[in-house]
Design a protein around this ligand. Structure first.
Ligand SMILES: [Zn+2]
Ligand SMILES: [Zn+2]
Length: 138
């Protein structure tokens, strides 16, 4: 059995492919569900308000948005993030459509630096998110 320390509470648990113990994983899912339900019912909620109402940190809510886990509808005018590249307001992910286009162009042009991959694609940004979290913990 592969025993590990939960990244969140530090408890030893049998590794199951997740970086948290089952208790923390349930808590995470519960948090996510609360946020999702709250914004579903409150189209005009801001990130701060959602945090206050659900008890889930602003940082966490932003990470749900950055990961594209929260599905926002057109009515969610206040749930905005900044494009990490140009600072324009966006609804989900990390970059605005314009920057994604530009980066795609740059990426295609940058054939020399193959090892220096851009990380705006879904799976790469997930990985980056995990890496950032890791960094913060240590
Ligand atoms: Zn835990
Ligand atoms: Zn942008």
């Amino acid at each position: 059995m592969d025993l590990r320390n939960c990244r969140k509470c530090g408890r030893v648990y049998a590794y199951n492919g997740f970086k948290y113990c089952s208790r923390c994983r349930n808590e995470e899912e519960e948090n996510f569900r609360k946020v999702k339900e709250y914004i579903y019912d409150h189209n005009d909620a801001t990130i701060q308000e959602t945090s206050d109402e659900t008890g889930v940190s602003v940082k966490k809510i932003i990470s749900y948005l950055r990961e594209g886990r929260l599905e926002l509808k057109g009515e969610h005018h206040n749930m905005i993030l900044d494009c990490e590249r140009c600072g324009r307001p966006i609804k989900t992910g990390r970059f605005c459509g314009k920057c994604i286009n530009e980066m795609e162009k740059e990426f295609k042009g940058a054939t020399k630096s193959k090892d220096k991959k851009l990380t705006y694609e879904g799976k790469d940004s997930d990985r980056m998110y995990v890496a950032n979290r890791h960094k913060r913990k240590n």
